[in-house]
Design a protein around this ligand. Structure first.
Ligand code: NAP
Ligand code: MN
Length: 267
């Protein structure tokens, strides 16, 4: 089996990277930065997002696992103390795979047929640098509302604990194939009216945003933001592709939610 370790780049993460590389090669696993079967991210959830995007072209072949060198992560859920145990588990391959849904984003331009397609592990966000965004929101090809406000966040189930949560969105178990739309400060008055609640769309229900005035937007896909001009429409749905996690021990999603946000206190 071929593996690759991606480090956040700080001293601690680099040390763990070096240890894992050394031990796994001692176990006759092959280090391969181009075509790894397993990518081990060492750092935080941000590092994991980077590792995911680096190997996004081979999601059907590569499995991911994360070690956290800071606080407990949602993707990076192994502690540095467990690294030796993890190495032994990896060396014992084959391993179990757990799959989570991803978000597909298609940006179409007013200037010809060009079309950009992205996959997000956490979310996509549509904002503008100044003022508010205005667009028609279509769901399954039908007009749903005209949104005016700071922007919209469309997240995956595993991304529902990230930016989506800060916007008041619900936490969705990643076994549910869905995407969630949350509003960022919508304007609601006699002229503009939006639903106001987060919406959860099942697989095959497409959401389309069509700009009505301004056609320049900031579009963030996970940790990466870019400006787009001449935007005709932005389309969202549950992607056909999925992320594959290598699973060596149970760590249920709700346990991670509790440990990250509630703690373990009992009175
Ligand atoms: P960052 O500014 O370091 O990330 C903000 C925080 O979100 C970090 O604590 C990060 O964990 C955590 N995070 C990332 N994915 C998560 C998930 N699926 N569930 C729960 N927490 C998660 O930027 P970054 O590390 O490059 O990560 C980018 C992500 O940060 C974006 O996709 C967005 O969801 C999130 N974000 C959230 C807010 C907010 O909650 N107000 C603001 C900006 C960005 P680590 O420290 O382990 O990296
Ligand atoms: Mn981070």
């Amino acid at each position: 089996m071929k593996f690759k370790v991606v480090s956040r780049g700080d001293k601690r993460s680099n040390e763990i990277e070096a240890t894992m590389k050394q031990y796994l090669t001692d176990f006759n696993l092959e280090y391969d930065r181009e075509e790894p079967d397993l990518v081990i991210s060492v750092g935080g959830d941000g590092t994991f997002l980077e590792a995911f995007h680096r190997y996004i072209h081979r999601l059907d072949k590569t499995a991911f696992i994360g070690v956290h060198t800071g606080h407990l992560g949602f993707y990076a859920d192994w502690t540095p103390d467990e690294v030796e145990k993890l190495i032994i588990e990896i060396a014992k391959t084959p391993f179990q795979i757990v799959e989570y849904p991803l978000l597909e984003v298609i940006i179409r331009s007013t200037t010809g047929g060009s079309e950009d397609r992205f996959l997000a592990l956490n979310e996509a966000m549509i904002k503008t640098a100044d003022g508010s965004v205005v667009f028609d929101v279509e769901i399954k090809g039908e007009h749903f509302e005209t949104f005016r406000g700071d922007g919209l966040c469309i997240s995956t189930p595993s991304g529902s604990t990230a930016y989506n949560k800060a916007l008041g969105g619900g936490i969705i178990h990643p076994s549910i194939e869905a995407i969630q739309l949350t509003e960022m400060a919508s304007i609601n008055n006699r002229v503009f009216r939006t639903i106001g609640s987060p919406l959860i769309l099942p697989k095959h229900h497409t959401c389309l945003l069509k700009p009505t005035v301004d056609r320049s937007f900031l579009i963030a896909i996970d940790h990466f933001t870019e400006t787009y001009t001449n935007v005709k429409s932005i389309q969202f749905r549950v992607a056909e592709e999925r992320i594959r996690f290598a699973r060596f021990r149970p760590f249920p999603f709700w346990d991670r939610v509790r440990d990250s946000f509630v703690g373990n206190q009992k009175v």
